[in-house]
Design a protein around this ligand. Sequence first.
Ligand code: KIV
Ligand code: ZN
Length: 514
Amino acid sequence: MSDQVIIFDTTLRDGEQCPGASMNLREKMEVARQLARLNVDVIEAGFPVISDGDFEAVSTIAREIKGPIICGLARCVSKDIDAAGAAVKAAERGRIHVFLATSKIHREHKLKKAHQEIIRLAVEGVTRAKGMVNDVEFSPEDASRTEPEFLAQVVQAVIEAGATTVNIPDTVGWAVPEQYAAMISYLRGHVKNIDDAVISVHCHDDLGLAVANSLAAVKAGARQVEGTINGIGERAGNAALEEVVMALKTRPDFYENIHTGVSTRELLKSSRLISRMSGLMVQRSKAIVGENAFAHSSGIHQDGILKKRETYEIMDPQEVGWGGTELPLTKHSGRHAMVIRLEHLGYKLTDAEIGNVFKRFKEVGDKKKFVYDDDLVVLVDDSILETQEVWHLDYIHVTSGSSTIPTATIRLKRGEEIMQDSAPGNGAVDAAMKAIDRILNQRGHLMEFSIEAVTQGKDALAEATIKCDFGDGRLVTGKGASTDTIEASARAYLGAVNRVLGNGVRKSDAEAQP
Ligand code: KIV
Ligand code: ZN
């Protein structure tokens, strides 16, 4: 058995199923490019049948991203499998991932199908996928709650039909490590052709055990782990890949040198990118990538660290991307210096996009002494929207104070079109949002709002992230950055408005999701 664990990233599929995390094509491409730099083995890029947007994202990623296997998800239904096959066709290496539920509760209540019917459908699905690609993965959904004997029959049948990976999902996060590991061992002992396929695991975090379950399964012989960056995903999320990867790397003594091919120095950058793209912030104390993951506050710990780092640090922070040296730009830096920096950060921008980023860079450079990499990354997100045919914030003026009614005046621009209005509000941010609503004759309800300093210092850029409902129950994310917090908030709101008006929000986040 190989001692390398295949890392299967499903941030763009299971991760994106998280309400309000849906990304547009440009955002997905940025994430996919970063996942390739991170050197994951497989990118599950989406669920092609679910919408035209998902199909386009998977096929564009398949065409443009080199290195990892590009995978598309499909139910055991011909139209799903055909869509997944077509979407991954252009990939250097494409994979179709078919799934069908096998547990008693899903068989009886969701599918209303008997054992033999499930096996027949699973085999038909794998056979159809195999007609399009060589690399086929099968997932018996809710495997961890499936009777082991029946699970073994299904697994054996799909391997006979040509599945090259069998994934054993803990779909509802019900498993505990010893039991889940025992299930993997049971399959290894009872499925006669099990060595013809890679055993994969896919754990959800409903009991906070997704990473522990994944690692227990690796110890028991699984050689593919599925998960997401930052653990984002359906409900409580999926196994956080950065944690799985670093646990294997940090404890070779226990995991007997089982390793991954991940470039761990890209982990922090990946985490931050996915936070920004999905609008889902990482808690400060999150392992590996949280702000406090390597911060030592107690005097005893600090003293120990100064004497020997390993006294209180089990990983070198630089190994996961913390503390890289960066040469900040200033307002005097030219376009070329900025472009070089952007290339170093992995951006491939068009001339028009570079023009917009440079304009924002100069504006910000006038207000703050240094423009750091983190600032630049936020400016890119913020200004690329301006390249598209959407509303831009042309002007904002806000009056506020303890004895005045906060009022905002906003001017918006789209191409040659200019509109302006003012509105009072329940605070400056509310007033700015209401002014935008008045101009565009709409009404957004703010469901979530957060604002964070991108870097340190009083002149730091603020990045606002909001999630709004524009009346149809969908959560739409917007982000905006500025040295001024009210302007950052207005930009974030406008970002959400533009998404709804112009691009990229799925028709139904719930439709056909596994
Ligand atoms: O959680 C799950 O069971 C899934 C499958 C589609 C693998 O996401
Ligand atoms: Zn899942």
